[in-house]
Design a protein around this ligand. Structure first.
Ligand code: NAD
Length: 508
């Protein structure tokens, strides 16, 4: 490949949503770009689209007219793949289908110079498998961009088992030329970002399937308490279930049925039912004129006082303050009086198990999630026998200062604890399996998924020992190995160390 970016020639195969974005950032980065699609009109449309985007960039003063003009001049349509004979790199972005992509790679091997890099933008197919069908697997790699490409700075640079390290170095440099933040990732099911992303949408779907909560309530908790920009079901509606569910199945199969990636039955059923999301105007929400119709939030019950007893523990003082500030009566004895609503704050265990173990009256026990310091939105959870009155009283008291409250059925780990613990567990296993460095795990997830923290940062912010306690409690209650704690988190919790701590090498 030519040493300076101005003289690099980048081929792009597939001029759909991703191919056109990749072509745009390559051209604005100074590369000559040759764009090819099996449908000639798709190439023409893509070039018109990119020119329109560049014109918009001029209007928004993100580019000068000269810069945009130069980028347009660097963009050329290809008649067929023989036009890639001078390319330094070809990036494949055709539809997500192994057979189709293998055919494209076989044709690219014939059409390109021997030193040309062949890269795939696949989201979930194995780079190693794609490369294995090629004569020269050493020059094949993953170059995974995010949608919409010009706005999403991350690119995962993925090494298959037989990819030459120098190829990865060249793609990392090209990623920078294209104005992206490249992250080096080993080939793994879903690579880095899409693997961690399973934790958010799968656990959310599973807990709705178990009858714990509703789509809208889960979204509200994850936005308001956990600080995510979009709830898991809003996100699923945006990406569409016919993209997310098959990708999950692919990741599950590639991982030889790792329980953390087990597809959610409800997601598969809703996909089969055609409730795909925004594009079908009906998903987890209904869309009218492109606008999401959110169910109205029920008003908090009227506050009429009440007596509360707070179980001792790490977060008891903060909850007691909320009780006192509301004007309700706070009992201060070692055990609850006969009429008090009993407030508990389980980590990982469900409310019923926690109340039973503590010898508390489950019928008047209400659990409050302490994981986000009772800020943003408070989650209130029943035991299986909590009465309507204690729930109503707890809801009214907790909403008295204007903080929204969401009530849920019993669940190990409420909603936020449960989803976040899964994200941390998967992020930790990505680090443990050396798919990426701990720093890159956090960096990539924040850039690729817009999470407020990376998975290991989340473990640090919430407490590594607490995350381990939550997962242990969830695993005990559910009996499901997907909730197990892996060695990465358990070891760092044992030493009270940051979840980002790298292991020292055995051979110094
Ligand atoms: P798309 O359907 O928008 O575009 C695919 C394009 O490939 C179409 O224009 C089609 O005509 C063309 N094509 C099909 N067969 C071809 C062939 N043999 N030769 C040349 N062109 C051919 O798809 P997309 O959303 O741009 O996705 C492309 C790839 O990027 C997939 O592997 C997908 O998994 C991956 N990806 C998609 C997203 C996303 O959010 N859309 C994000 C990251 C990665």
């Amino acid at each position: 490949m030519a040493a300076d970016s101005e003289s690099q020639t980048v081929g792009v195969v597939g001029a759909g949503a991703m191919g056109r974005g990749i072509a745009q950032v390559a051209a604005t980065g100074g590369c000559r770009v040759i764009l090819y699609d099996a449908r000639a009109e798709a190439t023409t449309e893509a070039i018109e689209f990119i020119n329109g985007m560049l014109d918009r960039a001029i209007k928004k003063e993100r580019m000068t007219a000269d810069e945009a003009g130069a980028a347009k001049d660097r963009l050329m349509p290809a008649r067929d793949m023989t036009d890639f004979s001078e390319a330094d790199v070809v990036i494949e972005a055709v539809s997500e289908d192994m057979e189709l992509k293998s055919g494209v790679f076989a044709a690219l091997e014939k059409a390109t110079r021997p030193d040309c890099i062949l890269a795939s933008n696949t989201s979930s197919l194995s780079i190693t498998r794609l490369a294995a069908a090629c004569d020269r697997p050493d020059r094949v790699a993953g170059f995974h961009f995010f949608n919409p490409v010009p706005l999403m700075p991350l690119v995962e640079v993925i090494a298959g088992i037989r990819t030459e390290p120098a190829i990865i170095d060249r793609l990392v440099e090209l990623g920078k030329v294209m104005g992206r933040t490249p992250v080096r990732v080993a080939d793994a099911p879903g690579f880095l970002v899409n693997q961690v992303g399973r934790g958010y949408t799968l656990e959310a779907t599973n807990l709705v399937d178990e009858g714990v909560s509703t789509f809208a309530d889960v979204d509200a908790i994850m936005r308001d308490a956990a600080g995510f920009r979009m709830g898991p079901f809003e996100l699923l509606d945006l990406t569409a279930l016919d993209v997310t569910h098959p990708a999950t199945v692919e990741i599950y199969e590639q991982s030889y049925h790792e329980p953390r990636f087990r597809p959610a039955m409800l997601m598969g059923q809703r996909m089969q039912a055609g409730l795909l999301g925004r594009k079908t105007k009906q998903g987890h929400y209904v869309y009218e004129d492109g606008k999401q119709q959110r169910p109205e939030e029920p008003a908090a019950p009227k506050f009429e006082g009440g007596t509360f007893w707070v179980e001792p523990g790490e977060d008891a003082d903060a909850l007691k303050e909320i009780v006192t500030a509301s004007g309700a009566e706070l009992e201060t004895g070692d055990s609850p009086g006969a009429d008090a609503v009993i407030l508990i704050m389980p980590l990982g265990l469900d409310a019923t198990t926690h109340a039973a173990r503590a010898g508390l009256d489950a019928a008047r026990t209400v659990a409050v999630d302490p994981i986000f310091d009772f800020k943003g939105r408070r989650t209130v959870m029943k035991t299986i026998v909590t009465g309507a009155e204690p729930m109503r009283k707890a809801h009214a008291m907790l909403a008295k200062d204007g903080t929204p409250v969401t009530r849920i059925q019993d669940s190990p780990g409420f909603v936020a604890q449960r989803i976040l613990a899964m994200i941390c567990a998967i992020g930790a296993s990505v680090a443990q399996n050396r798919i990426a460095t701990p720093g890159d795990v956090d960096r990539a997830v924040k850039l690729g998924l817009n999470y407020p923290n990376g998975p290991l940062e989340f473990a640090d912010v919430l407490g590594v020992s607490r995350i381990v306690q939550i997962l242990d409690g969830m695993a005990e209650c559910s009996g499901d190995p997907r909730h197990r704690v892996g060695p990465w988190l358990r070891r760092r919790a044992a030493l009270s160390m940051s979840a980002t701590t790298e292991e020292t090498p055995a051979r110094g």
